[in-house]
Design a protein around this ligand. Sequence first.
Ligand code: UGA
Length: 458
Amino acid sequence: MKLAVIGCGYVGLVTGSCLAEAGHEVLATDNDAFRIATLQDGKIPIYELHLDSVVETVVREGRLRFTADCAEAVRAADVIFICVGTPPTDSGDADLSAIENVARLIARESSTPKLVVEKSTVPAQTGEQLKRALQVYARNTDVKFHVASNPEFLREGTAVEDFFHPDRIVVGVEDKESEQQLRELYAPILEGRFRCPVHQPNCPPAATPEFVVTTIASAELIKHASNSFLGLKISYANVLADLCERLGGNVDEVTRAVGLDPRIGGQFLKAGLGFGGFCLPKDIQAFIKLADRAGIEFGLLKEAERVNKQRIDRLLEKIKKALWVMKEKQIGVLGIAFKPNTDDIRLAPAIEVIRRLRAEGCVVRATDPEAMTRARVVFPDLSLLVDPYEVARGADALLILTEWEQFRRLDWKRIRNEMARPLVIDGRNMLRTADMQALGFEYMSFGRPEFAPVPSKF
Ligand code: UGA
């Protein structure tokens, strides 16, 4: 079975290279010729754990090839994965123009049967439109197209691990033949017959992933429903954090105990600055729109979205309360990426926080282990420093906006000594209040008791 991956963004790169690692022959393409040239040069344009070594291996072994000729990729393939972007439009709907362009290309270039698989996150009923576009633009009306939906549940930062160790593989199909093709394609993962790029020499024991076969519309809905529910959980934890602040509880204790109930589960209950990135916020927005258009009021999600947007206001309130006058205050920022282990800053809460601090007249210095290059594009004149201790030097406050492990392991005693005022506002509840207290910091976080010692010099 020959595979083509159209779109070499994050999803396309991970999907294409991991399917090649699992033993398939993959031709990956993108209409961005510069991106393809970079990949052909052996450079990976995103930071994702293990991805570089997977790509290097499969390219060397001849199972993955990059081409700027999208038509060539289409002609050669039996199965085509559409992995193009579906960014939000101004109205919050998903922009499906790239999907339509790809459909037209496939229709035009195909002379053999194709299984066309939606991998990009798309609203329900896109499969229907895709099928129609393939039919109406087909040059050769004898060619048979099948359409399937195979949503991805990969998390940035652990995408390679998630690919090889998924909880479930969902395929939305219309016929047995497509189901069988996708089952064969994923057989190495389902049967544990792959060389794991993450765990050496052996993978930890894990349950066999379930191969879930649904209709195309259900598969499309499953993706939006999953991401929206994750956002809902996070917003729930964040409202609990606000309540804890008012009523004197500790949100870490509350969510831990709540999450021990297997019906609820402990993941995605971490309170703080809220969810960012290019998936959860945009998928919730698109799901709300989809429901609106279907005449279903999804107020639950609207509220989750509203709570999430307010997290930045809540952080700013904390900063203002602690600093009093904002103008010309020196603020150090640890973390810009929307979460650790990625260089992705799209819809990262840190970007908005930095923007607002600067608008208030603060002098901001920031660092991030991987996201500085991207941050420089957004803030060409922001002081971006590699060394976190330099970021802390002379600062009136230090903010933790992404919970990178490197930050947890800093010499916090040294940080305290570098700062003009030892004030840490932890937007990710990364550090322990007791530890910061012992080190003599004024320490604030979300939903946990605050600690502000009287400085010894008074
Ligand atoms: C998300 C989903 O988790 C994946 O399953 C999905 O495949 C992916 O979107 C996608 O649609 O492509 P991702 O965007 O990589 O993955 O990031 P998450 O790990 O979900 O984190 C999203 C945001 O929520 C981050 O800003 C993170 O800091 C925040 N978060 C996460 C919290 O604030 N609290 C938590 O408890 C968990």
